[in-house]
Ligand binder design. Structure first.
Ligand SMILES: [Zn+2]
Ligand SMILES: [Zn+2]
Length: 420
């Protein structure tokens, strides 16, 4: 039996791969305009990194870690998200020593061992970015606006931006207590998950997608009423500045994201077009995380875009049509002498940045012309013994079916010829 890819892990081919590359290029160019530099970290880390940062009682760590023990008995995990690894790298490489301010982005695969289903995979991809060393709420707004620009640039202009403040270690405990009491008094209406969560991680009930919990949350106490003055001021500045930047948004006090490290600003970009998995991007502030993982007391904020969902959305909206790359010139040579000359013609064209593909497999002119047709090339260069002897090659326009004999000496002018 042939070996197959692991469950929930996909191969990505042409034509879709061209959409992936386009999205990645767009991210690289846009993020560079805001001062972000790429950072690449290993996909495999110590399990503990994620347990400590994401939180022991989060559903990622409780049920979704792609973890295993290596030959020396060390507990490892494939990264379930990008932030923890980048924070680890920032600390380990002492990036904060000369200047704590740093902006990084990261593109790559993430892993969660959950039951694969529509839109959820065991290997999925994220584009994410992190800013370290800036406590000013204007950076929160700038980052959210940059994500907005990222989507707009791909023709996705109808996402909802929703923001919340999760408070800070000073004001959140008061709210959590009040909220837990509310849950306790409505135990019977909670779903099984939330029931279990009330002890360890009650806030997760806020964004539970079960009908009964959602109804219950409508009347639940809101974090808004418990924010301390500093958190309230921070949130107000984020909203004001985001408005000045020209992004439209709404405030949703039920956004908690599923990770323990978030505080103050959290945000999601959502769509109603992909069923219940409606967040395409999300992020938030994590001021205590660098210190929690053993680094200096440096604030941080980050976001991640789910690439599979984004690509699905792009294809659904037909904003970008995936196409197979067609060679501009297709080379057909018959006989050894013709092949030698064809290589020279091709190299000359490639020096002018023209995409040339030579047919090395065709058994007959007819078979090679058929492949040229399939490759949707606009131009074909044909050469056989007769042409070699005459010192020419044939240039065929596949659209008009017109053929011209061109002297080998005029190969330098070929780029001009095929552009007109
Ligand atoms: Zn606060
Ligand atoms: Zn629930």
């Amino acid at each position: 039996m042939a070996i197959k890819a692991l469950r929930g892990m996909n191969d990505i081919f042409s034509p879709e791969i061209h959409v992936w590359q386009l999205v990645e290029d767009h991210a690289r160019k846009l993020f560079a305009l805001y001062g972000y530099e790429e950072v690449r970290t290993p996909v495999l880390e110590e399990l503990n990194l994620f347990v400590r940062s994401i939180g022991e009682t989060t559903s990622i760590v409780e049920k979704e870690m792609y973890s295993f023990v290596d030959r020396k008995g060390k507990a490892l995990a494939l990264r379930p998200e990008g932030t923890a690894s980048i924070v680890r790298a920032y600390i380990q490489n002492e990036r904060a020593q000369s200047d704590p301010v740093a902006r990084y982005y990261n593109i790559g695969p993430m892993y969660r061992y959950e039951r694969p289903q529509q839109g959820r995979y065991r290997q999925f991809h994220q584009i994410g970015a992190e800013v370290f060393g800036i406590a000013n709420p204007r950076i929160d707004a700038e980052m959210i606006h940059m994500v907005d620009q990222f989507f707009q640039g791909l023709g996705i202009d109808d996402l909802e931006i929703e923001l919340n403040s999760l408070g800070c270690p000073i004001c959140r405990p008061g709210f959590t207590k009040k909220f837990s009491e509310y849950l306790d008094s409505h135990q019977s209406s909670l779903c099984e998950d939330c029931h279990r969560r009330t002890q360890k991680n009650p806030l997760r009930a806020l964004d539970c997608k079960q009908e009964t919990c959602m109804t219950l949350m409508k009347e639940a106490p809101s974090i808004q009423d418990d924010l301390c003055d500093e958190c309230e001021g921070h949130f107000d500045t984020v909203l004001t500045h985001l408005g000045h930047l020209g992004s439209s948004f709404s405030v949703n006090h039920k956004i908690v994201r599923g990770l323990d490290y978030y505080l103050r600003t959290t945000f999601e970009f959502t769509t109603s077009q992909l069923g219940t998995q409606n967040a395409v991007a999300g992020g938030g502030r994590y001021d205590g995380l660098v210190r929690l993982l053993g680094g200096p007391n440096v604030p941080g904020i980050g976001f991640a875009v789910g690439m599979e969902r984004l690509i699905e959305l792009i294809l659904l909206k037909q904003k970008i049509t995936p196409s197979v790359l067609a060679p501009t010139v297709y080379g057909i040579a018959m006989g050894d002498a013709a092949h030698e000359l064809m290589i020279q013609v091709a190299q000359s064209l490639r020096r002018s940045h023209i995409f040339v593909e030579i047919d090395y497999e065709g058994q007959s002119l007819k078979a090679m012309m058929r492949r040229a047709d399939r490759r949707q090339t606009p131009w074909v260069v044909i050469m056989g013994d007769e042409e070699v002897n005459k010192g020419i090659f044939i240039l065929r326009n596949m659209g008009t079916k017109e053929q011209k004999e061109i002297p080998m000496g005029e190969v330098q002018q070929l780029p001009q010829r095929i552009k007109t």
